[in-house]
Ligand binder design. Structure first.
Ligand SMILES: *Cc1c(COP(=O)(O)O)cnc(C)c1O
Length: 396
């Protein structure tokens, strides 16, 4: 089966090296101490990616497991939790908190803009008593990156533990977990890491561990408990059998990312070139500021139904793009340019197809999107990287 070019904001393209790593023979992860060391080294690699000395945990479940596990492990019934809400993922984070008995308050702001710091600061000065706050680094449905470098230190100043959904950010946006006092930071294998879906990677600060290990009420559940992971390496024992093949793939992916010294610069440069080329052609972005470097959300042009756009992109040009979800469903379409998809050649192909399809659907474009993109992308020196040839065969 020929695979289309998958340009969605996750899952992303998985390179052959990562797929081959997943095909390696397995071992018994509980008895093979060489595997235990390999796993520990994998956690160390993530400490580098997160810029942290905090513990790294890898959970066998998609990013959502990380969000729920953080809530399950930290929240005791009646705890006050602040939900920082400027987007769909941010808003629905509160549902996980409530499932574990949290008394939730929202700090809600404009969904088309990054979280405003002065307003948040004023809110925190007036509203006290929060144990935790949930927030999202990159709001994938709307293509907005929040200033976690300002938000997390502010929360820390108020004695509030932060739980950060950085699933579509880590690897594509700068994240200095220790410098920015981020307590729990969660990412997933299938976004900027470009590994197979199915793993959560998270960092846990000393303050977060203290709360997790000093509860009045025990954690309800086992698989969602982070406490079962405390000191696994010192004890030389995993809490349950680890998904070895996924770990092999993940390790290869994180090593590739760490070796790629210009990954963040390339994400910023390609994202900027995508935005400018779309705007130049007369399209409108959903975000008004805080533009994400990993995904761009574009307002659906007048008279164009997303289903027609999606079908034409896929069936005529072999490119898969995404719509959005919830309140943005049918209003925006999204192009992911994260991880292995953050390459000039892949983005160029996607934009060339988009240009042709929008013209076919009767949209009046004021320039060629892909030409504009390539000119701008080539102009920014940082983007240059070893070329990654996309071939259909590679996606088989
Ligand atoms: C992808 C993503 C998740 C995980 O959600 P899925 O829909 O299961 O992929 C969580 N948070 C954010 C911000 C994401 O982008």
């Amino acid at each position: 089966m020929e695979q289309p070019l998958i340009m969605t904001p996750g899952p992303t393209f998985i390179c052959e090296e990562v797929r081959n790593a997943m095909a390696r023979p397995i071992t018994n992860p509980d008895l093979d101490m060489a595997f235990l060391e390999y796993y520990h080294d994998t956690c160390t690699a993530f400490q580098k990616l997160f810029h942290t000395n905090n513990d790294i945990l890898i959970l066998g479940g998609e990013g959502i497991l990380g969000l729920e596990a953080a809530c399950a492990s930290l929240i005791e019934p009646g705890d006050r939790v602040l939900c920082i809400d400027n987007g769909i993922f941010g808003h629905y984070f509160a549902d996980f908190a409530r499932m574990y008995g949290a008394d939730v308050s929202y700090f809600s702001c404009d969904y088309r803009q990054a979280v405003p710091i002065p307003e948040l600061e004023a809110f925190l000065n007036e509203n006290k008593g929060f144990k935790l706050a949930t927030l999202v680094h990159c709001e994938t449905p709307s293509g907005i990156t929040n200033p976690v470098d300002r938000i997390c230190p502010l929360l820390k100043k108020h004695g509030i533990i932060s739980i950060v959904d950085a699933v579509s950010a880590i690897g594509g946006e700068r994240a200095l977990v220790d410098d920015w006092a981020m307590d729990i930071v969660i990412t997933g294998s299938q976004k900027c890491l470009s590994a197979s879906p199915g793993l959560t990677i998270m960092s846990v600060s000393a303050d977060a561990w203290h709360k997790i290990l000093n509860r009045a009420v025990p954690i309800a559940g086992f698989y969602c408990s982070l406490a079962i992971w405390k000191d696994w390496y010192q004890k030389r024992s995993f809490p349950y059998t680890q998904p070895i093949s996924d770990i092999y793939g993940l390790r290869t992916a994180v090593d590739r990312l760490l070796a790629d010294r210009q990954a963040l610069e390339r994400h910023a440069a390609i994202a900027a070139a995508v935005r400018k080329s779309l705007l130049q052609a007369g399209l409108e972005l959903y975000a008004l500021d805080g533009y994400a470097n990993t995904v761009t959300a574009v307002q659906e042009p007048e008279g164009v139904a997303f289903a027609d756009l999606f079908d034409a992109m896929l069936n005529r040009h072999d490119v898969m793009i995404a719509g959005s979800i919830n309140i943005l469903k049918g209003k925006v379409f999204r192009i992911g340019h994260m991880g292995e998809n953050c390459r000039i050649d892949r983005v160029f192909l996607a934009l060339k197809a988009l240009d042709a399809v929008l013209r076919d659907l009767g949209v009046n474009l004021t320039c060629q999107i892909h030409d504009e993109f390539i000119t701008r992308a080539n102009r920014s020196g940082e983007v240059s990287s070893e070329p990654v040839a996309y071939t259909q065969a590679d996606g088989k």
